[in-house]
Design a protein around this ligand. Structure first.
Ligand code: MN
Length: 290
């Protein structure tokens, strides 16, 4: 089998606030990239780690819509609350994941959980946007709350770490997330001096986001904290050697070879569909929060 080659290592992400609760660094954004090198992934935002003082008013993002894709929220530290127009409500904390399929349209708010807000503490989370193929963009919304205990854990040899399988499959363990196209999403913790060998399908988009630590990739390049490593689509084999205790998010997915038209929280295939989305939201056809 062929080794996967590093295509590029992205450093120095741009920082901004999303609402008053999420100090975000955008690790990658597929918008404006005509080559769609990240497909099926659209965006990766990394919030924190940041300490918030106690407060009585939950910080976050007020009511807003989405259409045409999925938002995947992974909490590392802190606690979030979600409420949407489909009547879904949830609270997720460290090791939990929320996989929300906006599809034809969802209106939601994303906030720090009330108790977390009152207590204060550190927030660290990721939000990944996953595109939907055209045939599912107008399907019914769906909400999957994947609690830590539902996410299978693969142990690295010699106590060298763990890989939590959120979506897809790793070493015979299947992740609980239901996806519309093939996606592997793994939360890997690797201790200094240990190695993880992975085999991934050739032809898929593959990227590693290093939240913490330092990792040597297939015995050549080294990536550090908050680096995003993108690999060539060819090749199946990838070796990670942790030079420090590392936390790594593995992203791998079959590209969706379709045009992208986007505007803020809407990701469709044509400008006409974007105009329709704006119109549907304004006239309340994506629903409301109750
Ligand atoms: Mn949102």
């Amino acid at each position: 089998m062929n080794k996967k080659k590093v295509l590029s290592i992205h450093k120095k992400p741009s920082a901004h606030w999303v609402g008053d609760g999420f100090p975000v660094r955008t690790i990658f954004s597929a918008f404006g990239d005509p080559a769609s090198r990240f497909s099926p992934f659209l965006l990766l935002d990394y919030a924190g780690p940041k300490e918030f003082p106690p407060s009585n008013t939950p910080r976050g993002v007020d009511e807003h819509p989405h259409r045409g894709f999925e938002t995947v929220t992974i909490v590392y530290q802190g606690e979030l609350e979600h409420r949407d127009s489909g009547g879904n409500q949830g609270k997720i904390g460290p090791s939990d994941v929320q996989w929300m399929t906006a599809a034809s349209g969802v209106v939601h708010e994303e906030k720090h959980a009330r108790e977390f807000t009152q207590r204060g503490g550190t927030l660290e989370m990721i939000q990944l946007w996953v595109n939907l193929p055209a045939e599912f963009k107008m399907s019914a919304p769906r909400y999957q709350e994947l609690l830590g205990r539902q996410i299978p854990l693969v142990r690295v040899a010699d106590g060298g770490g763990t890989a939590r399988v959120i979506a897809g499959e790793f070493q015979g363990q299947k992740g609980p997330a239901r996806t519309f196209t093939p996606v592997n999403l793994w939360d890997v913790r690797l201790k200094a001096g240990h190695r993880l060998d992975v085999t991934l399908p050739s032809g898929y988009t593959t990227a590693l986001f290093i939240l913490r630590g330092k990792v040597r990739l297939s015995s050549s390049e080294t990536a550090g904290e908050v680096d995003l490593v993108q690999f060539e689509r060819d090749g199946e084999q990838l070796t990670m050697d942790a030079e420090e205790d590392s936390s790594i998010l593995v992203l791998n997915g079959e590209p969706i070879d379709e045009p992208i038209a986007s505007y803020g929280p809407f990701v469709m295939n044509t400008q006409e569909e974007i105009r329709q989305a704006v119109d549907d939201y304004r006239s309340g056809r994506m629903g409301r929060l109750h």
